[in-house]
Structures are given as structure tokens and as C-alpha cells.
Design a protein around this ligand. Structure first.
Ligand code: NAG
Ligand code: NAG
Ligand code: NAG
Ligand code: NAG
Ligand code: NAG
Length: 429
């Protein structure tokens, strides 16, 4: 029973990520900006406002660039954001576009020094003849100011487009992944990275597969996974060798021959892979399904959920309008019992792994008055639709929910519907 908590209009949102306590939420957009939202503290006079997220800091993370060697434009669009654990009063996050990862520091300032000897409060040099006594500058309170400063720039290590970044559980290293390679970085060192996976064939004409996403295990710092455009997942152990081109586990489901078609390979491409919080399971999203894999069973997924099976008959037109190449992400709830992923027509889906119940909800301005409970939506295929149903033929494929995030331990979700961010909260109490 999710209800709207707040919504914000923005540029086209390209990534959403809560920090590890869920008090901060960062979004990245097509224009290279990062917006950080902070959850409002509970206040006695306005108890009903508890939990809304307000803009805390906005900054330009990436600018458009031009690669003169390759005559290529490098878009400023933010592909991924990852928070780092908090170590002092400031917050740190990594943001990446297609080529460059940046480490940002976000810090607060609520005091300013006053009483300089040589300049006045506005910074103008004082007339030396008027200076008659030595003053000791003091810190005075001022309105809270939030500053974002770039601390490190990790560049020149990717020939192809970066699709993922993942912070290791040792909190000293992170990896950045492009179509053919995965690099490992130390957070302190920007002029050197280690190539840990390289699937580039000697002859590019033999290329049959690209890397689509990668993530570190949440607790074992030597383990990571990456997914491919052929629908397989490889688990690698960095202790085995420096270059992990020999996976230690290989997860793949053999294709059902009765379902084979021209589109089989395209729709089996994995667009996102996520470890469960427990580290026991993997979740993958392909075009039509979400699958949950047990790390101890490589031959087939433990669970398969149909996200929008009614599109199976529409693959031809989805190929023609390029939608078949959309990259949907997927997320776990804090206890790994529910999974969420997006669809078209501003619909998103939730699957309860225990009760096997699923629901389709819609993120849209028309349907979500503040505090109103979201009504489950239903798509009907062929024949007559009931009044509250929507026909598969009238779905709007330009409205898609690719990016979502789940609060780490509360039932609060963030849903990016093109250029609107919606935050919904479960209304149990
Ligand atoms: C997340 O943000 C909250 C609120 O500002 C902060 O108290 C908390 O320490 C942050 N957590 C991490 C791990 O950065
Ligand atoms: C990286 O920079 C550090 C400090 O500036 C320098 O000592 C080191 O030699 C550099 N490493 C490489 C591989 O360029
Ligand atoms: C990769 O692993 C397989 C089996 O695990 C082994 O037979 C093969 O020799 C390994 N290759 C390399 C290059 O280590
Ligand atoms: C094959 O297609 C049917 C529906 O047409 C679907 O229910 C089933 O899950 C598909 N099988 C696989 C392995 O994708
Ligand atoms: C995950 O979802 C289930 C079912 O809605 C809920 O009971 C549980 O509290 C959620 N866990 C977290 C940590 O949000």
C-alpha cells in the first residue's frame, strides 16, 4: 500500500541511489548534474511532514567533452552514483559518465571567520592608516551552506562506455566496468588502475558478447560478478589470479527451444545484476523477466518473475522503436524478501518472494495525489478490458521506469519516471 511521499520535476534522471542509512538520496541526470536529497527530521509542529526528502545539494558533476583523438563527443550524462561510507562530517560519493569517474565530497559550513586585520567583512582591503589595534578573528554562525568539491578524478582508463561502478567492501578500492573491460582502482590513487577482466578478442570481428553490468559481493572483498549481453553471469575470485578472465562460477539458463525467435538473444541480454544484502543470492534483469539465482546453483535460476509477459507478442514493434534495447534496473528491499523493477507506461512491478504475490503500480502525477494510496494497475491482453484495466495496445512506451532505489531498511522507494522523481512510502501505520 504505497502512497506518494513527495515528487520532484527534474532533467531526465539517469540514476538513483540511497546512502547506506537511507537519509540521503542522490540522483544523476542527463545534463551531468547530481542532486542530493535529505530526509526531513521529525518535527513536533508538523508531524505529518515526517520523512519528506528535500534538496540538500545540487552540483554539476560532469561537463560535455570532446575526444579529439577519436572525434567523439563524450556525453555529460551520469551513468551511476555510488555512496562511500561516512568517515567524518562530510559525505563522499562516486559519480561516472561514459569515461570518467569522479569522487565528490559534500560538506556543510555553518560558521564563517570574522574580524580579519587587513580586510573588512566584505573582503575589501582596509586602509592601513585606520588599523590601530590587532584583532583576533573569530568564527561566527551563518546560514548553513552545503558545498560539493571534486576530490579525485579517475580518467583515461576506459576505451568503451562505463556502465557500472561498484565500491568494494574493503572501502579502499572500487571497480569501473565498460563493454569489454573491468578496472580496479584504489580510491586514493588516480593515475593507475588494474585491469581485472578483459574480454576483448584479438580480432574485434570475433566479438560476440559484451559486459553489461558488474558488482562486488557485499561482504567478500575478493568476489565480484559481471553479466553479459548473452544472458550469462560470471562470478570471479580475485585471489585466483590477477587477471580474472577465468571465472570461478558461470550462471546461465539454457534457452527454451520452443521460445526461440529472432529476438531471443536481444531479450536475454542482462541489463542489471545485484547481489542480495545477505550476499547469498544474485538478481538479474533481462528484457522480460527478473531472475533470482542462488550462488550455489549455477544451472538455473531459483526464481523467475515475468515483468511484462504481455510484450512477448509485441517484440517486433519494440525492436522497430528501439525499446527492446532499454536497460531496466532491479533492486532488493532491505530484507531481500521483495524485489522491484520497472516497465513501460510509468508502471513498476514488485514481487514478494515469500508470498509469491506481485503488484503493478504507476508513478504519475495525475494518479498520485499526496498521501493517496497507489492503486494496483492491470494490463489486459486482447478481448475486452475491464474499466480499471489498460489494454496492452494503449501502453505508452515513451514513459519508462528504468531506475529505482529501495531504502536500505524502510519501505520507502524512489522511482525515476523519465524527468520526475517520485518517492513512495508504505502506509502501514
Ligand atoms: C547517510 O546520510 C545520513 C544523513 O545525513 C548520515 O547521518 C549517515 O551517516 C549517512 N550514511 C553514510 C554511510 O554515509
Ligand atoms: C602516480 O602518482 C604518484 C604521485 O604523484 C607517483 O609517485 C607515481 O609514480 C605515479 N604512478 C604512475 C604509474 O604514474
Ligand atoms: C581456467 O579454469 C579451467 C577450469 O576451472 C582450467 O581448466 C583452465 O586451465 C583455466 N585457465 C587458465 C588460463 O587459468
Ligand atoms: C516461453 O514463453 C512463455 C509464454 O509465451 C513463458 O511463459 C515462458 O516463461 C517462456 N520460457 C522461457 C524459458 O522464457
Ligand atoms: C521488505 O518487504 C517486506 C514485505 O513488504 C516487509 O515486510 C519488510 O519489512 C521489508 N524489509 C525492509 C527492510 O524494508
Amino acid at each position: 500500500f504505497y502512497a506518494l511521499l513527495c515528487s520532484v520535476a527534474a532533467d531526465i534522471i539517469s540514476t538513483v541511489e540511497f546512502n547506506s542509512t537511507g537519509e540521503l538520496l542522490a540522483t544523476g541526470d542527463k545534463g551531468g548534474r547530481v542532486v542530493v536529497f535529505q530526509r526531513e527530521q521529525e518535527s513536533k509542529n508538523q508531524p505529518h511532514r515526517r520523512g519528506e526528502y528535500n534538496v540538500y545539494s545540487t552540483f554539476q558533476s560532469h561537463e560535455p567533452e570532446f575526444d579529439y583523438l577519436k572525434s567523439l563527443e563524450i556525453e555529460e550524462k551520469i551513468n551511476k552514483i555510488r555512496w562511500l561510507p561516512q568517515q567524518n562530517a562530510a559525505y563522499f560519493l562516486l559519480s561516472t559518465n561514459d569515461k570518467t569517474v569522479k569522487l565528490w565530497k559534500i560538506s556543510e559550513r555553518d560558521k564563517r571567520p570574522e574580524g580579519y586585520n587587513l580586510k573588512d567583512e566584505d573582503g575589501r582591503i582596509r586602509d592601513p592608516t585606520t588599523i590601530t589595534a590587532l584583532r583576533v578573528p573569530v568564527l561566527r554562525p551563518m546560514d548553513l551552506m552545503v558545498e560539493a568539491t571534486p576530490r579525485r578524478v579517475f580518467s583515461n582508463a576506459h576505451t568503451y562506455h562505463i556502465n557500472s561502478i561498484s565500491v568494494n567492501s574493503d572501502y579502499e578500492t572500487f571497480m569501473s566496468t565498460d563493454d569489454l573491460r573491468i578496472n580496479l582502482w584504489n580510491l586514493e590513487i588516480t593515475n593507475r588502475s588494474f585491469n581485472i577482466v578483459d574480454i576483448k578478442p584479438v580480432n574485434m570481428e570475433e566479438l560476440t558478447e559484451v559486459i553489461t553490468a558488474a558488482e562486488f559481493h557485499p561482504h567478500q572483498c575478493n568476489t565480484f560478478v559481471y553479466s553479459s549481453s548473452k544472458g550469462s553471469i560470471r562470478l570471479c575470485d580475485m585471489r585466483a589470479s590477477a587477471l580474472c578472465d577465468n571465472h570461478s562460477k558461470f550462471f546461465e539458463e539454457p534457452e527454451d527451444p520452443s521460445n526461440r525467435s529472432f529476438f531471443s538473444e536481444i531479450i536475454s541480454s542482462i541489463s542489471d545484476v545485484k547481489f542480495s544484502h545477505s550476499g547469498r543470492y544474485l538478481m538479474t534483469r533481462d528484457y522480460l523477466t527478473v531472475k533470482v539465482w542462488d550462488l550455489n546453483m549455477e544451472s538455473k535460476p531459483l526464481e523467475t518473475y515475468q515483468v511484462h509477459d504481455y510484450l512477448r507478442s509485441k517484440l517486433c514493434s519494440l525492436y522497430e522503436n528501439d525499446c527492446i534495447f532499454d536497460k531496466f534496473e532491479c533492486v532488493w528491499n532491505g530484507s531481500d524478501s521483495v524485489i522491484m523493477t520497472g516497465s513501460y507506461n510509468n508502471f513498476f512491478r514488485m514481487f514478494d518472494r515469500n508470498t509469491k504475490r506481485d503488484v503493478t503500480l504507476e508513478a504519475s502525477r495525475e494518479n498520485s495525489k499526496p498521501r493517496a494510496i497507489l492503486k494496483p494497475r492491470k494490463v489486459c491482453v486482447g478481448g475486452k478490458c475491464r474499466k480499471d484495466e489498460i489494454s496492452v495496445d494503449s501502453l505508452d512506451f515513451s514513459k519508462k521506469i528504468l531506475h529505482t532505489a529501495w531504502h536500505p531498511y524502510e519501505n520507502i522507494i524512489a522511482v525515476a519516471a523519465t524527468n520526475n522523481l517520485y518517492i513512495f512510502q508504505d502506509k502501514v501505520n
